[in-house]
Design a protein around this ligand. Sequence first.
Ligand code: SR1
Ligand code: MG
Length: 398
Amino acid sequence: MLTADSVPSYIDSRPALSALVDTATLEVREVGDGNLNLVFICKDPAGRGLVLKQALPYVRLVGPEWPMTEQRAAREAEALGVHGALSDDVCRLLDFDPEQFVMALEDLSDHEVLRSRLNRGGTFEGTAQRVGRYVADVAFGTSFLALGEEEFRVRAGAVVNPELCSITEDLFFTEPYLGAERNSVRGGLAATVAEYQSDAGWIGGAMAMKRRFLTVQEMFIHGDLHTGSIFVRYDDAGLSLKAFDSEFACYGPIGFDIGSYWANMLAASARASALGNESRAARLRGTVKDNWHAFTQRMWQMWPQRRDPSKYPDSFLESWLDSIRVDAFGFAGCEAARRIIGLAKVSDVEELPDAEYVAAASEMLRWSKTLLTGRATLSFSDIEQRAVIEQQSDGGTS
Ligand code: SR1
Ligand code: MG
């Protein structure tokens, strides 16, 4: 394991890195606040910097009792390389050390994690559009339409990520529905969760989405595209947005990335609403539609570049987009539930005082039910206006 003290000599030992910073005067801070890895920000007095991220042989959130392959660093390096070649909105990979499972990444410490920005009430103009464009660039560029069928299968086979997918299969698709030791809620919500867990429609929707996750290979997905996996910076040049933390990447359904992002924007909205800021909450809900429009617009822009236009008429893309939208609603429903009930929580809701927590968490659970059971018929104005969840009973908690 790297430590703040060993990082300078480690950088000296890596030809791709040693000239990038002055290791004699380097300041190193361990900042890993994610669930899995060690992260060091390294800066020299001249302002040059880089970030080292090392995969530990276990899940950091839980400890050595939950072993986890360090090969996830290789999966992330691969995803950063492929995604970064297709989109500028991806954190740049500077080096990968397959022996110590260390990635060197561009220093984005002048950026802010989108979730932190949203939690403190910051602006978010343009973020939904950029995320939509990023997903479309990667979706189209890693699909069989761009790669051709044979190359597509080779690429999909080369990046299987069974151990990390298995975490998703458990935490995202199973434990919130069937119950698990590591689930938790507070403020009297346990009874509401128990009601949900006896709702066959809700559970059936989630299991249908689990089947989609396991069986659909449309693109090289990020695999964990929440607001904590997106850096943003606003300055005179406008918005800089960078997706990072793609260790869960694999070939999977496009709607998984889109829906994960949507549910996290709904968490930000539920937080704003619980804090009494309804106009901000509505604007945050509006990002779901903005994101979808940007995604579809970009897919149509790329469409003429498909390898075999004669095989695939425009109606193919129209119906493909319909199915991605339905998937995205469904996956958003799973993400909304698991971020409240399951092991991996979101600070948007978790850090609220009890009364506000109950309001925001209940809203997320209602979204989950609406999204999972209504995914085939929901509209973006249903999401924006929220009336669709206001009719729902929530066990008397709001
Ligand atoms: C044990 S890992 C828990 C969660 O953290 C990651 O960011 C993923 O969202 C995963 O489900
Ligand atoms: Mg992560």
